[in-house]
Design a protein around this ligand. Structure first.
Ligand code: M6R
Length: 606
């Protein structure tokens, strides 16, 4: 949902640093890109529509002069993706340049007021009001910092802002309110960015800003002020373990493929989660009357699988819920005896953060699972777990899904142990099953790479693909569907197989492909009946099942064999072929799986 980056260096031109950072932040939006620098006390602005490389090939960002600059990748909210609406946005006199991530909710009132006062607007964005507000204060005689503080006080909504003013050409102002923003503190160079990957090759020392903070940055240092009081405040440093290699594609053609293939390693890291964090969360879950598992998109799918997992392993009931629906669905039911485990890869999803605010207002316990150190989620939860999957750049979540599942598995084992629901041998069996994962996933990924490619080639001409699973693997069907539709734009439907005869089966006709997720667990027998029902109506039967399952092989038109594995880890094993299938389908259709249209990696608006 837009990404911003600002940098100031001691000597040379900052443009190439900004461009490299912007490239790493491209997952956040690629409707347009733009940069502003200051050289010889003048603002230089270049921007255009499309992905960063497309814009760069026209405007040549590298040619921009100046040691200080701000940059932006846009995911359009207010105003079409046009060059005029691309950021940076400027004031009437082109002295102030602003980049922004978020939404200014009261921008229409502010815009009307500013127009009445003689300001001329060029774009349809909400962002442009920020530049004009700063200009109004500067015209009244305020300095840049005072103007930025006064302007921030007028804004309602969510915003991470970076601004330049050519009258004070050595300063960047960065402001955070509900949208992610952190500082990077380097040697003779300093940064502000939506995400540390923008500058990780320059420094690993970050300061996550808090809502209501305004930072003033130059090449020698920074200071942080509170917007409400104007007083200075100290914030803690965090040292990141992220490396440049973690955010490069390496030998792979796409981040998505790299991240799929990395799962043996990311699961190994998640296996090593420190028990102290798991124990704190387990303790707080155990004290609660009701535990909600809340997320969006893929993270919600992990919550859905999680609800089965907590029940199966820990005999512990949980309620999975979509973050965007949570307030309406359960808001008034929350109280001091409720706990919420908020699951968010980025830790910045606006719908999830809104649930956190609601839950805190109602005195519930807010817990978190996230992949991003220093994210907002880590600052607003009572306790949280970092999944340890490593940075995920591809817009489609893959390795973070399986690491969320493994985190749920580990928590479920903990809660089962704590509540005395498991014998020693059951606990040992579960632990052994989890430890199989790195090796098992490696074997699966190698084994299904070609067959999922063939399947994608085979099904690329169809209009509609169904996914069906049962039990825990209903979530696998949902997640397989989400992966396929978001990166290949194919129409896809997922159901719990038991629901198919309550409606969806009406859509089955000769040749309609249905992908069944059928591990050799207690769902297998009923799944076979469901397959036969679809087969009898001419559906094309694709089955992902255990490699020695002759019956499944016989009844399917296409069979994707997986090695035998303990039932409890099948949601991890069985999603892998569906991730690869979606990836191959995007390629067959000539699409870029890393940058699906209309999407952004982290959705920071509601
Ligand atoms: O960062 P989060 O886990 O909170 O993101 C939630 C969803 O936006 C995300 O999972 C989205 O659905 C992905 N594009 C799925 O691949």
């Amino acid at each position: 949902m837009c990404r911003i980056f600002a940098a100031v260096i001691s000597s040379g031109d900052v443009a190439s640093t900004l461009k490299i950072g912007l490239k790493r932040l491209e997952y956040g939006g690629y409707d347009s890109s733009g940069m502003a620098t200051i050289a010889d006390n003048s603002l230089i602005i270049k921007k255009g529509v499309g992905k960063l490389d497309e814009v760069d090939s026209v405007v040549h960002f590298d040619q921009m002069k100046g040691r200080i600059g701000i940059a932006h990748n846009r995911w359009a909210t207010h105003g079409y993706p046009t060059t005029i609406n691309a950021h940076p946005q400027v004031d009437c006199g082109s002295r102030v340049a602003v980049v922004h991530n978020g939404i200014i909710e009261n921008y229409m009132e502010l815009k009307e007021e500013l127009i009445d006062q003689g300001h001329t607007f060029k774009s349809r964005t909400d962002t442009e009001v920020i530049a004009h507000l700063i200009e109004r204060s500067l015209n009244a005689g305020d300095d840049f910092v005072t103007a930025a503080i006064k302007s921030s006080k007028e804004l309602q909504g969510s915003f991470a802002i970076a601004a330049l003013y050519n009258g004070e050409p050595n300063k960047i102002i960065a402001i955070k309110q509900e949208s992610p923003l952190l500082l990077g503190i380097g040697d003779g160079m300093n940064f502000a960015a939506s995400d540390a990957s923008a500058f990780i090759d320059k420094t690993d020392l970050i300061i996550p800003l808090e809502d209501g903070d305004l930072a003033v940055i130059d090449n020698l240092g920074y200071k942080i002020l509170r917007i409400d009081s104007g007083k200075g405040v100290n914030r803690d440093f965090v040292k990141l373990s992220m490396k440049v290699e973690d955010i490069s594609k390496g030998i792979y053609s796409h981040y998505m493929l790299k991240e799929i293939m990395e799962q043996p390693l990311s699961l190994r890291y998640t296996l090593e989660l420190q028990s102290v964090y798991l124990d704190v969360i387990t303790e707080l879950m155990d004290r609660s009357r009701t535990v909600y598992l809340v997320g969006s998109g893929t993270s919600y799918n992990s919550c859905l699988a999680g609800s089965y997992i907590y029940s199966k392993i820990g005999a512990f009931p949980t309620i999975p819920a979509l973050a965007s629906e949570f307030g309406e669905q359960y808001g008034r039911a929350l109280d001091v005896d409720s706990s919420l485990i908020l699951v968010s890869q980025s830790g910045e999803t606006a719908d999830v953060l809104k649930v956190a605010s609601l839950a805190r207002m109602r005195a519930s316990t807010v817990l978190g699972i996230t992949n991003v150190v220093g994210s907002t989620l880590t600052r607003i939860t009572r306790a949280y777990i970092i999944q340890q999957a490593g940075p995920e750049i591809g817009v489609a979540a893959t390795k973070t899904y399986t690491s969320q599942l493994l985190t749920h598995l580990k928590l479920a084992l903990n809660i089962g142990r704590k509540r005395g629901k498991l014998s020693q041998s059951e606990m040992d069996d579960y632990t052994t099953a989890f430890e199989l994962l790195p090796e098992l996933t490696e074997k699966i990924l190698k084994g299904v790479y070609n067959s999922t490619k063939e399947l994608a080639e085979n099904l690329s001409g169809t209009n509609h693909i169904f996914f069906m699973g049962r039990g825990m693997n209903t979530a696998t069907a949902y997640e397989g569907r989400l992966k396929l539709l978001e990166i290949s734009y194919m129409i896809a439907t997922a159901y719990s197989a038991g629901e198919s005869k309550h409606g969806p089966i009406a859509l089955i006709d000769k040749g309609v492909p249905v992908i069944f997720v059928v591990p050799s667990d207690e769902t297998r027998k009923t799944m076979i009946s469901n397959i036969m029902e679809i087969k009898a109506r001419g559906g094309k039967i694709v089955v992902i099942g255990q490699d020695d399952d002759k019956e499944l092989m016989e009844i399917s038109d296409k069979f994707i064999p997986l090695p035998s594995m303990p039932d409890i880890i099948t949601p991890i094993g069985y999603i892998l072929p569906l991730q690869l299938f979606a990836y191959h389908m995007a390629l067959v259709k000539g699409l870029d799986p890393d940058k699906p249209r209309n999407l952004a990696k982290s959705v920071t608006v509601q």
